[in-house]
Design a protein around this ligand. Structure first.
Ligand code: ZN
Length: 68
């Protein structure tokens, strides 16, 4: 999607210039929501990931104990 920076009219991607003022159209960038740094969530994810890795290691450890 493109838009005219002067009159803010949206055009299709094929259009190059504004039909009204003939200004060069700009590519409309879809701005994503500003990502808030959620430390609590980050810590939670880290804990889960760490716990998961420990869990896997435990399984591998038990597995090695069983086969040896
Ligand atoms: Zn225009």
């Amino acid at each position: 999607m493109k838009y005219c920076p002067v009159c803010k009219i949206e055009y299709s991607d094929k259009a190059e210039f504004c039909k009204k003022c003939e200004a060069h159209l700009l590519e409309k960038e879809e701005r994503p929501e500003p990502v808030k740094t959620d430390y609590k969530r980050l810590i939670k994810i880290c804990l889960y990931t760490g716990g998961f890795i420990v869990f896997i290691m435990l399984i591998v450890y038990v597995y090695y104990l069983l086969i040896t």
